[in-house]
Design a protein around this ligand. Structure first.
Ligand SMILES: [Fe+2]
Ligand SMILES: [Fe+2]
Length: 318
């Protein structure tokens, strides 16, 4: 595993911060294992929507946090061809902006959460999004990738809407990203060192979608019937927005840059030149989605929407 990870975050002093420690290979492997495999000590069956359920998904996120520091990441010198491939990928603007928006929206929703454990977990989630943005900006800087000027991120008036859009977007995009990342790794499209650098970020997104899928199931059960109806209507609007965004109807209508490259998740395999047909790509996405989530407590709900859609589409492709 990468030597870009550090073992301890919380007690690092200011002086040490400027020269962060790198973990040994054994420490890095242990940190990696802990971020991927987790089971709660809590025994027995756990009801969705219960206090135990909330403890389960919050603890999962908190206890599997990988304390790597973007400041000590290595950005290996790339061969000219690899450098050209990486810098010409049309994803960097949308990636930086997505992380910028995500951290703002997750933190905004976290501030409204009164439950201390859920609040702590959501602050962790938002902090990880913030760190993704730092990782990306370091990469962009290291390889001289030209970026469009970042927009001023606007907070949606409806804070819950922002959190739901971020959560569901991650469920869609991560599903495809897992498969594309694996394909790029197998074909060598991404140099090995970069794969290692991004691996913890990918696993973090897996934890985020697992957290979100459980949070939403838990949250639904906290609502009275009339609040529940309003909530389901909002979820339907969020999905309509995300579908509209992704099929590119909005292309050309957007002024703020939000939609730029938004359908990369659907066309990404063509754009990065990976020779896979859609059926093979979906197969890989399903396998990777399963692999990345398999190490967590089996009592946690898994995000099911994208896997179901992928299986359905695959049936028609046969
Ligand atoms: Fe992220
Ligand atoms: Fe995330």
């Amino acid at each position: 595993m990468s030597d870009t990870l550090v073992a301890e975050e919380s007690k690092v002093s200011e002086a040490e911060e400027s020269k962060p420690l790198r973990p040994t290979d054994a420490e890095a492997a242990e940190i990696d294992r802990k971020s991927r495999f987790w089971r709660s000590e809590e025994p027995g069956w756990i009801w969705v929507g219960s206090e135990e359920h909330k403890r389960l998904f919050c603890r999962m996120l908190l206890e599997t946090h990988n304390p790597y520091k973007p400041a000590v990441m290595d950005w290996p010198k790339l061969e000219p061809e690899a450098l050209k491939r990486i810098t010409s990928l049309p994803i960097w603007d949308i990636a930086v902006q997505t992380e910028g928006r995500a951290q703002l929206r997750v933190h905004a929703y976290a501030k409204r959460v009164r439950d201390p454990l859920l609040h702590e977990a959501m602050i962790m989630d938002g902090g990880e999004e913030e760190r993704h943005k730092v990782v990306l900006s370091k990469l962009v800087e290291a390889y001289g990738i030209p970026l469009a000027p970042e927009p001023i991120y606007q907070m949606p008036k409806d804070i819950e809407w922002g959190w739901l859009v971020t959560g569901y977007s991650e469920c869609i995009d991560s599903f495809f990203a897992f498969g594309l990342f694996e394909a790029a790794k197998r074909t060598g499209y991404f140099p090995e060192e970069l794969v290692e650098t991004f691996e913890p970020v990918m696993q973090e997104e897996a934890r985020h979608i697992l957290f979100f899928a459980n949070w939403i199931a838990w949250h639904r059960r906290q609502l009275s019937w009339w609040r529940r109806i309003a909530f389901e209507l909002k979820v339907a609007r969020v999905w309509a927005f995300l579908i509209w965004e992704r099929i590119g109807i909005a292309r050309g209508l957007d002024n703020g840059g939000e939609m730029q490259d938004a359908n990369f998740t659907l066309t990404g395999h063509q754009q990065i030149g990976i020779d896979l047909n859609l059926s093979e790509l979906l197969e890989l996405c399903l396998a990777e989605d399963w692999r990345r989530l398999d190490g967590y407590d089996s009592r946690l709900l898994r995000p099911t929407f994208m896997p179901k859609i992928a299986r359905l589409v695959r049936r028609f492709l046969r």
